[in-house]
Design a protein around this ligand. Structure first.
Ligand code: AMP
Ligand code: ZN
Length: 113
């Protein structure tokens, strides 16, 4: 298994896991861009949103539930946060295991793009 996120999910590579269930894992980004920077990933390896099928809808919807839960744990629910899923070269996706960034704890820069 040469996917770093699959290895973190399996407990075979180090990661600060904040939440895990049978479908989804959340762990801290190693290069945080804000006080809270967490990655929320499906346990099933999907390279990107481009690979998802209808079968994955429930799991990917669950990423949002876990994002809300982690935001609450991190106490940024009220101040707010940003959720980002980079897909492909123009978005700068570098890890090819679908992941949602949860970023917060400071005011986000805007506009995006
Ligand atoms: P993306 O550009 O959306 O593919 O972002 C990949 C993210 O994964 C970056 O923010 C990296 O800092 C983060 N990252 C890469 N390797 C690890 C790792 N071993 N543990 C935690 N986060 C990682
Ligand atoms: Zn993977």
């Amino acid at each position: 298994m040469n996917c770093i996120f699959c290895r973190i999910i399996a407990g075979e590579a180090p990661g600060e896991i904040l939440y895990q269930d049978e479908r989804v894992t959340a762990f801290r980004d190693i290069h945080p861009v804000a006080p809270t920077h967490v990655l929320i990933v499906p346990n099933k390896h999907l390279a990107s949103v481009n690979e998802m099928t209808g079968e994955d809808e429930t799991t990917l919807g669950h990423l949002l539930t876990v994002a809300r839960l982690v935001a609450e744990q991190e106490e940024i629910q009220a101040s707010g946060y940003r959720l980002i899923i980079n897909t492909g070269p123009h978005a700068g996706q570098v890890i090819h295991h679908l992941h949602m960034h949860l970023i917060g704890g400071q005011r986000m820069r805007y506009p995006m793009g």
